[in-house]
Design a binder for this molecule. Structure first.
Ligand SMILES: N=NNCCOCCOc1ccc(-c2cn(C[C@@H]3NC[C@@H](O)[C@H]3O)nn2)cc1
Length: 446
């Protein structure tokens, strides 16, 4: 059997997000978010699920942190509910919300767990959406004020910050494909939003340089696309599909410009970018860390007129998780290798990787052996990337807890810990025990 061993300094963690676990949406002075509005709109979320209660981590966070300590993680990625701090998005601060996060972060630190804080994990204050949301450049300024407040308020407690989680999901999934809040289906709008998100990221970084302490970055998600054949048309189609996730967001941050071939492609679709003077300089300020979220990949081939990029994803029989995503660990390595080639040695944290398996509790146990296999396969790819020179500093699995999986609701479970959403009981899954042993050893047996 092979031993897969990680560097001694390697950081192991787990990740969650505010709207997916907190609940208490009308408590503690919190304002409405776009996900409150979207999830309560009939037809938007499977089973009509919403985040009103979720895992009730707002009230149960001490229990969750005790589980993290038992698990042995050294870093925990969470997000701030922007409308808990600024109920209207800007202006009056909600002191109850500020205190909640101080109490939460203090509990993490007291338990020797390093906080990694995502400022924006999709729960935009509805009051800002009512004024156009991310399509309105005023939201960029509002995000800058929110970020500046948080950097000042948590200086000395939080030293790893991520500005925007998965800007592809916030822009294209939510405003072109329409699958997430606010549910628009407009390519020009989505592309404009993608630019405003990057400008907002850059504004937060510039504020961090004045106010903050520690490291800052952002967390794009990547989906790999493997060409069906070595035909140039298949290769180019897959390159377009990959660039939609990688180059579209990474080139502006690391190279100060959008990928020309995608700009041209969008222009042929009647979509243009309105770039203000100074935007690209703002976006491309150096960052300290890069979060990478990877779940899946597909095989793709050229098909004229198919989708946005003349690209047809085809099912060649890869095994899938319970949410229907291909299990494709090879794509994880290929994506990470591509990042090193194109963007150099920025310290990378895998800020999300995990699998949806909807195993239930039986006799007090959850035998999620498929999740353990998924983690093993992807950690093998990760170790290959590390050994080939990719500067990976840590791995945070998605997710610590089963939680509200956005439009898929609560049926889709990604946690190491099972949540009974009726009783809120937490049950450690077999994958929890496997991850705990692997963290303790810094290796696992294949
Ligand atoms: N890709 N093209 N799709 C074509 C059309 O598909 C429509 C649906 O698409 C997608 C694509 C991606 C996702 C997704 C979900 N997560 C998991 C969350 N990450 C942040 C954290 O909160 C986790 O809950 N990451 N990515 C969902 C749906």
């Amino acid at each position: 059997m092979a031993i897969i061993k990680f560097p001694e300094h390697f950081k192991w963690g787990a990740a969650t997000a505010a709207y997916q676990i907190e609940g208490a949406v009308k408590e503690g002075g919190r304002g409405e978010s776009i996900w409150d509005r979207f999830s309560h709109t009939p037809g938007k979320v499977i089973n009509g699920d919403n985040g009103d209660i979720a895992c009730d981590s707002y009230h149960l966070y001490r229990e969750d942190i005790a589980l993290m300590k038992d698990l042995g993680i050294s870093v925990y990625r969470f997000s701030i509910s922007w409308p808990r701090i600024f109920p209207e998005g800007i202006g009056k601060v909600n002191e109850e919300g500020v205190k909640y996060y101080h109490d939460f972060v203090d509990e993490l630190l007291h338990n020797g767990i390093e906080p990694m804080c995502t400022l924006y994990h999709w729960d935009l204050p509805q009051a800002l959406q009512d004024k156009g949301g991310w399509a309105n450049r005023e939201t960029i300024e509002a995000f800058g004020q929110y970020a500046s407040f948080m950097f000042q308020e948590f200086k000395g407690k939080i030293s790893k910050w991520l500005t925007i989680n998965e800007p592809w999901c916030v822009s294209f999934l939510s405003n072109y494909l329409g699958a997430h809040a606010p549910g628009n289906k407009d390519l020009q709008l989505a592309t404009t939003i993608s630019h405003h998100l990057l400008v907002a990221h850059g504004l937060a970084v510039s504020q961090f340089r004045k106010i903050g302490e520690g490291e800052i970055g952002f967390a794009p998600n990547l989906e790999w696309l493997e060409p069906f054949s070595n035909k140039e048309e298949d290769i180019q189609a897959c390159n377009r599909g990959i660039a939609w996730f990688i180059e579209w967001f990474m080139d502006p941050v690391f190279h100060g410009k959008y990928p020309e071939f995608l700009l041209d492609w969008f222009k042929d679709k009647g979509v243009t970018l309105s770039i203000d003077e100074g935007d690209m300089e703002q976006i491309s300020q150096p960052i300290d860390i890069l979060g990478i979220n990877y779940y899946t990949g597909s095989v793709g081939r050229y098909k004229e007129g198919e989708g946005l990029f003349d690209l047809e994803p085809i099912d060649i029989g890869y095994a899938k998780t319970d949410i229907g995503w291909n299990i494709y660990p090879e794509g994880f390595y290929k994506a990470l290798h591509k990042l090193k080639v194109q963007y150099g040695d920025i310290p990378i944290y895998i800020t999300e990787n995990g699998a949806c398996y909807n195993d239930e509790v039986e006799n007090g146990e959850v035998k999620d052996t498929r999740r353990i296999e998924y983690l093993k396969q992807h950690l093998i790819s990760l170790k290959r990337a590390i050994d080939s020179g990719v500067n990976i500093q840590g791995y945070l699995t998605w997710s610590l807890l089963d939680n509200f999986e956005w439009a898929e609701g609560y049926d889709m479970r990604f946690g190491l810990i099972h949540i009974n959403f009726k009783t809120l009981a937490r049950t450690k899954k077999d994958s929890y025990f496997w991850y705990k042993q692997m963290i303790g050893n810094t290796w696992f047996e294949r």
